[in-house]
Design a protein around this ligand. Sequence first.
Ligand code: MN
Length: 355
Amino acid sequence: MDIDRTGTYDPSLTGSADDGIYGIPGTLDDASLVYIPVPWEVTTSYGKGTAMGPEAIRKASPQLDLYLRGLPNHFEKGFYLLPPEPEIVELNSLCGPLAAAIQNHLEQHGSLDGNAELMQALEDVNRASKRVNELIYDRCRALDTDGKLLALIGGDHSSPLGQIHYLCDRYNGNLGLLHIDAHHDLRDRYQGFTGSHASIMRNVIALNSAPSRLVQVGIRDFSKEECAYAEQHPAIDVFYDDDMKERLYEGEPFAAIADSIIERLPEKVYISFDIDGLKPDLCPHTGTPVSGGLEFEQARFLLKRLVQSGRRIVGFDLCEVAPNPHAPEDEWDGNVGARLLFLLSSWMMESQPNA
Ligand SMILES: [Mn+2]
């Protein structure tokens, strides 16, 4: 299959997902931007299926027309999806049942009651989480050394910790994290799991090279403790969904809200995007859907405005996309995920100094 890379992209030339993500053939060597898939969802607490997120996005991705008004065809510089790391796939299937047994026991009894088998299972799950982070960290270092831009597709929201850790180390914490999510993800050891999806930002803030700012957007489902933690932490800014909506209802333009978000961020920005930050009709099968949330267009506008402000996106992740478990032919979650992934990728490329 041949793609016209010189002129206007002809979407009729788009191939199948087996040719490559978005139906575009390419190689790792030729790619500017590399997607690391992380099919990992051991500690999810409500709906399951985010481990199938990368595959759902890949399958739906050839559906996109790749022309974006106002942007060059950045995909022509190569967007390449790696195969999943076999060890992560194996750890996910080994640890899923262990974590489920712990969660079931906690639901019935409130604690592990010193149950030796479950205490061991908890230790195993926590060790596996750590291992996943190390694998991703090393993979990121190798790709970065080769000059690739880094993007990660979860998995649940614990998936990107290794990548965030790597980039925080690389920039000595001299970056801001824009976190779009329905949830704070600031829980301390949720259900005993040190690597819980609900603790990712607590773990990020605890890094030695923690980002200088954590700006959370779309937040609307949380505990009192998380709220208090965010409030007292000098590096954290929160744009709660209800506050943003009230500002809109009182007549403030969304552009002003977007700018107030962006001005909290330093020049280098990492984006951690939980798909449930969007309205649930855009991600109906995600693990923890919450009513309210951002419109797709608001997210797109925020992204555009961020890059137009002169900030540079140094990496991103897209997490918690999950396909419809009851209807394999339903590609809606993957379709929205692929569209968002393509936008994030294109704007990240656009934000590079040499773009
Ligand atoms: Mn979330």
